[in-house]
Design a protein around this ligand. Structure first.
Ligand SMILES: Nc1ncnc2c1ncn2[C@@H]1O[C@H](COP(=O)(O)OP(=O)(O)OP(=O)(O)O)[C@@H](O)[C@H]1O
Ligand SMILES: [Mg+2]
Length: 198
């Protein structure tokens, strides 16, 4: 399994390219870091790679095939602000099972307590809520995970707990991870290689 960005170019405003002619490949099971100064386009790249934004040039290919337009997405994105990624009017249970069941083992590994399932998002801490977003992104048909500052807003202990769980799961399932972070030390710890964009 391989995820490839081939000669992609993207802009929000016509001809003001955020990046252009960008090539990138990640294999199943690889953990790649992406680092670069604020505003250089890391989040944008993550959104393009996971199919949330369509590039003006080039293509995103999963095993040489364009990403599916509908249905469950094999490339999943988790980002910095879990509170913006969930519906505030849904209890956690509903958010979690939107798009299919999630197995109990995954919840356990991520330290999600049963009693949290019946709560509203605003009744959870940021770290607790982020665990749900990670669980939701790691359902059984996920092949690649884009983690965009996934643990930046969390304290060191929670950050390390979440990464520990994620690394366990991705290893078991041979999922490829693109870890976007400005924390060089974190990337050095978890990644097999690091990509820098300017
Ligand atoms: N929706 C948008 N419309 C217009 N411009 C945008 C939009 N989103 C981002 N940009 C601009 O695109 C550039 C890249 O933004 P992006 O969020 O990808 O950077 P980043 O590398 O993730 O930064 P940070 O490290 O601060 O998260 C920035 O100059 C930003 O202002
Ligand atoms: Mg960003």
């Amino acid at each position: 399994m391989q995820l490839e960005a081939r000669k992609i170019g993207f802009y929000y405003k016509k001809n003001r390219w955020i990046f252009r002619d960008l090539n990138f490949t990640i294999d199943a099971g690889e953990i790649v870091g992406l680092i670069g100064p604020s505003g250089c386009g890391k989040t944008t790249f993550g959104r393009v790679l996971s199919g949330y934004e369509k590039p003006q040039e080039g293509t995103i290919l999963l095993n040489e095939t364009p990403l599916p337009k509908r249905g469950y997405q094999p490339v999943q994105l988790v980002y910095q602000h879990p509170e913006k990624a969930v519906n505030p009017k849904w209890r956690m249970e509903k958010t979690l099972h939107e798009g299919g069941e999630i197995d109990r083992e995954l919840l356990e590994v991520l330290g999600i307590k049963q009693e949290w399932l019946s709560r509203w998002p605003n009744e959870l801490s940021g770290g607790e809520l982020q665990r749900f977003c990670v669980a939701r992104a790691l359902r059984s048909n996920t092949r690649f995970l884009i983690a965009d500052e996934m643990t930046t807003m969390l304290d060191a202990i929670t950050q390390s707990q979440i990464w520990h769980a994620v690394l366990d799961i991705v290893k078991q399932r041979n999922i490829g991870v693109l870890a976007i972070s400005h924390e060089a030390a974190l990337l050095k710890r978890i990644c097999t290689r690091t990509l820098t964009i300017h």
